[in-house]
Design a protein around this ligand. Structure first.
Ligand code: COA
Length: 281
């Protein structure tokens, strides 16, 4: 993978730990960082040795949002074309995260402001340090939370909380973020990486084709009527069946034919070499 100055990557036991790496600037997102993140996501997406991607930050911040100097002031000086290009680069990698091939986890280790809500939401799951601080600080310096940030809080929070958070610019800590469901869970910073590793290990045991179909389904059906969702899910499952998905056949075989396993209670064992296979399902 090419060397990047603003993003670091470590692959450990099938988890790619991707970090915003501008700790001196509290990991705020500059155009360079946005381009490098897209490059890193591209490079990792279909690697056999990566099953889960974790996004986190070096130092005391997850990310302090957009870089007020390089993303706003410097880019605005280049005119509207430059502004639109910088927006496409930022929004582009967040969108890429939302529909990433592998499951993704945001590990919010510290400051998380404004534009950082885009990648936070882009990740399928989110775990925060209790000590982390979240804020839509835009209102504090005279803009509205753009770049999708307003959409993120409206999608994730009840309307009163979304409105309060947006209009006051007050910070909430990781515990409150978990209570508000902005993240799945908050744990003390010292235990955060271990907790995320545990969750990643759960995901690594699942079938990757099913994981991709399921994560996309959760995002897609949210905006559909019940009937449309029902139809989408039938088609999504039928499309997934075209992939080489022996795990599904084996799961049904162990449950229906062998009666050795219950899907409701956990993940089935990998197929035993000598085991009789179920028919096509
Ligand atoms: N844009 C540009 N530079 C930023 C930045 C941002 N969003 N966030 C931090 N930095 C820079 C600071 O300018 C400073 O640079 P310098 O060392 O060259 O002077 C450096 O990062 C450290 O920041 P500092 O404010 O000294 O760190 P802190 O730990 O005391 O405070 C924050 C951390 C995150 C509370 C504070 O930096 C902050 O309020 N950042 C802006 C957050 C924000 O409103 N983001 C929304 C943008 S959409």
């Amino acid at each position: 993978m090419a060397l990047h100055s603003t993003v670091s990557v470590q692959i450990e036991n099938r988890v790619a730990w991707v970090s915003f790496n501008r700790p001196d600037k509290r990991n705020c997102m500059s155009p360079t960082l946005n381009r490098e993140m897209l490059d890193v996501l591209d490079a990792l997406e279909f690697r056999e040795d990566v099953g889960v991607l974790v996004l986190t930050g070096e130092g005391t911040a997850f990310s302090a949002g957009m870089d007020l100097k390089e993303y706003f002031r410097d880019v605005e000086a280049t005119g509207l074309g430059g502004v639109r290009k910088a927006q496409r680069e930022a929004y582009g990698w967040w969108r890429r995260l939302r529909w990433y091939q592998k499951p993704t986890i945001a590990m919010v280790n510290g400051w998380c402001f404004g534009g950082a809500y885009g990648p936070l939401f882009g990740c399928d799951l989110a775990f925060a340090a209790e000590e982390a601080q979240f804020g839509l600080s835009e209102i504090n310096w005279g803009i509205l939370p753009g770049g999708g940030a307003t959409k993120v809080v409206v999608d994730l929070l009840p309307m009163r909380d979304a409105m309060y958070h947006t209009l006051t610019g007050e910070m909430i800590d990781g515990k409150t973020a978990a209570r508000w469901r902005l993240v799945n869970e908050a744990v003390p910073l010292a235990a955060l990486k271990q907790r995320v590793r545990e969750v990643a290990d759960v995901l690594l045991k699942k079938n990757p084709v099913a994981l991709k179909a399921a994560k996309d389904a959760v995002r897609r059906v949210k905006e559909m009527t019940y009937d449309n969702a029902e139809d989408y899910l039938v088609r999504a499952q039928e499309a997934a069946n075209f992939f080489d998905n022996d795990a599904r056949k084996e799961g049904i075989h162990q449950f229906i034919d062998q009666k050795s396993y219950r899907p409701g209670l956990g993940t089935h064992e990998a197929r035993k070499e000598s085991g009789e296979r179920g028919g096509d399902v």
